[in-house]
Design a protein. Sequence first.
Lengths: 121, 110
Amino acid sequence: EVQLVESGGGLVQPGGSLRLSCAASGFTFSSNWMQWVRQVPGKGLMWVSQINGDGSSVYYADSVKGRFTVSRDNSKNMLYLQMNRLRVDDTAVYYCASDLLILGGDPRDYWGQGTLVTVSS
Amino acid sequence: QSVLTQPPSASATPGQRVTISCSGSASNIGSNYVMWYQQFPGTAPKLLIFTNNQRPSGVPDRFSGSKSGTSASLAISGLRSEDEADYYCATWDDGLSGRVFGGGTKLTVL
């Protein structure tokens, strides 16, 4: 069974830093793209970043470029999002999600339960 | 302002068919596959449609997706009360080099 479990969210002051983690299991983590998507409570989804299987290719939304860094540790099946120079408008639930996985012939993606990041003084 | 444009709301009565549109451009929908998600309050999004019109197993065939040019649509037939949720389209944007989501459509089953 595929599981994605985020952690690391919390309250941080503007300008501060936070590192989110996502523990993956149930699939070949190192072979798959992974992404971070966020959602302000009551608002829509916003893609934040994604990284390929070996970490050599990364993409970021313009609003986080230069402040956030996505990385992964395939030996631990872990995905990370280092968030620096946080702003109030970074407040959101952050989801870790897989790319389309084909397990048992059934393509689908998988999402974690989300972790809330609140940026406030 | 989302790159992909969806109507903010839609409504219909049980048993009816409803269609949710998603309008984009040549750099996103026009050149990439579209996915559709369903989301209930307080939960993670669930994939309904991938590669424009394919359903993961377990998704009822009442849900169907289509794409034409720079627009895509999600149709739900035989509407049920449990379909009341938020729906999002998503695709890759070649110009932005990033994934983009529609603003979401809140579906109300009257």
